[in-house]
Design a protein around this ligand. Structure first.
Ligand code: UFG
Length: 329
């Protein structure tokens, strides 16, 4: 069988580069398309081709897709939920507009399928836990709304044009390649674990715990952290599923285990041996007390199991990257 050719849009980003790594490890040919706005050249692998381009440039997208691909993975998006409430226009343009450009280019070029990076943010505040695929979809931030709209668009493109899709709804992505092959750190991170790490290495004097008066055992928010390489493996499995069954689907992806903010910081102190000053501050608007996934569908359909999503591996694999970058021995 000839080697399959995959286009990874947003493949220089934090999650994207882990997805690229997984496809390369599985023997695929990979082309990365990225505008390097948040992604970095450090995240590019020599074995993959790279095209510097923006999803707003329709002509560029069409040129690239004309090379012929067996599938697309689309991870290029703005992703700060708080910011999406302040500048929704940027999110409409980049997330919805950009995806329309990709879908139309894919149709024009005859690319048969697309794996889409969706989010638990499409569900809004949980009505019940764990959150399965049938949970009501009532996003509470504009970012989540854009992801849900794209899922609906993809449904129509499938129905009308037969473009097959897999939508993978990430819970809290964390961790780094356990073999140390990725070392691009996110600049100005907004997520908990990189903020904990920046505090551990001394880039920040201290950090804030956003509220300790939630209805949870220790009062801090509970999240479902899933290792980025586990997420990446699900993309390859989803791609294989689409190729084999030619049937679109959406799955939730998390470790199915809840970890509180306080627990994560405590464990990071143990693993790093650093103090990590953390003061309790006010709640962050829009934060639900607890989010935990049901990944039963992914387990069943994709034969997927998390391998690296235990708290120790999540923290340690991240800490190793920070130690290398900041020369901590
Ligand atoms: N937190 C702090 N202090 C910080 C940063 C975060 O206490 O400095 C807390 C938050 O309040 C939250 C938890 O850590 O309780 C995790 O926060 P993140 O910002 O890392 O992640 P979120 O759960 O807010 O959101 C992430 C992604 C979203 C996705 C969601 C799905 O950023 O895109 O997971 O679960 F939709």
């Amino acid at each position: 069988m000839s080697v399959e050719n995959v286009l990874v849009i947003g493949g220089a980003g934090y999650i994207g580069c882990h997805v690229v790594r997984e496809f390369l490890d599985e023997g695929y040919r990979v082309t990365v398309f990225d505008n390097l706005s948040t992604g970095t050249r450090r995240n590019l692998f020599a074995e993959a081709s790279f095209v510097h381009g923006d999803i707003m440039q329709t002509i560029r997208l069409r040129e690239v897709m004309a090379e012929g691909f067996d599938g697309i993975v689309h991870l290029a998006a703005l992703k700060a939920a708080g910011q999406s409430m302040v500048v929704p226009e940027a999110y409409t343009e980049a997330n919805i507009g950009g995806t329309i450009n990709i879908l139309n280019s894919a149709l024009a070029a005859g690319v048969p399928n697309m794996i889409f990076s969706s989010s638990a943010a499409i569900f809004g505040s949980p009505r019940y836990l764990p959150i399965d695929e049938d949970h009501p979809k009532e996003p509470e931030n504009f970012y989540g709304f854009t992801k849900l709209e794209i899922e609906r668009l993809m449904e129509w493109y499938d129905r009308l044009k037969g473009l097959k899709y897999a939508s993978i709804r990430y819970f809290n992505a964390a961790g780094y390649d356990v073999q140390g092959r990725v070392d691009g750190l996110e600049m100005k991170p907004e997520n908990l674990l990189p903020i904990v790490m920046e505090t551990a290495v001394g880039l920040r004097k201290g950090m804030s715990v956003f509220g300790d008066d939630y209805q949870t055992p220790d009062g801090t928010c509970i999240r479902d952290y899933v290792h980025v390489s586990d997420l990446a493996r699900a993309h390859v499995a989803a791609y294989k599923y689409l190729r084999e069954h030619n049937q679109s689907f959406a799955v939730n992806l998390g470790s199915e285990k809840g970890v509180s903010v306080a627990e994560l910081i405590d464990r990071a102190r143990e693993i790093t041996g650093r103090e990590i000053p953390a003061a309790v501050g006010p709640r962050r608007p829009g934060d639900p007390a607890e989010l935990v996934a049901s990944s039963a569908a992914a387990r069943k359909m994709l034969d997927w199991e998390p391998r690296y999503s235990d708290v120790n591996t999540l923290i340690d694999s991240t800490w190793q990257v920070y130690c290398r970058r900041y020369r901590i021995t």
